[in-house]
Design a protein around this ligand. Sequence first.
Ligand SMILES: [Zn+2]
Length: 149
Amino acid sequence: MTQKESCIFCEIIAGKEKAWKLFEDDKCIVILDAFPINEGHVIIMPKQHVKDIFEIDEPTFLHICKIARWIASETKTVLKAEYVNMVTASSIIPHAFMHIIPRYDYDLMGLLPDMENKRKMSNEEMETTYKKIRGALDGFRKKNKRKTS
Ligand SMILES: [Zn+2]
């Protein structure tokens, strides 16, 4: 089995694994993190299978940064977050991605998120969060005619 065949993110990108997909275009995909550390914790990844951010080609990385900032901005507004962290971290998943983590004054995690501190969110909570963020992104795209799926 090649690395790509055993990669959960490639399975999600191919539509073979379920995920709360918030956005995708030809270069990247954005989903809710299945094990969030805060409400609205999402991850963004290139569609191309590369093992970490250092292997992403520069135009794709810049594109991902641009989309990440947009997602972070819309998420911050719709979830009334105090701030949003955008971080890369080491992972057991061999596919590059970046965390986008809304921060709230009550989360008591300090300047940077505590990546080990997963929150238990029910399916209903995940769906509610998904609908809020998706609604904000769709609203933005309608208003600004962002050409993406
Ligand atoms: Zn992959």
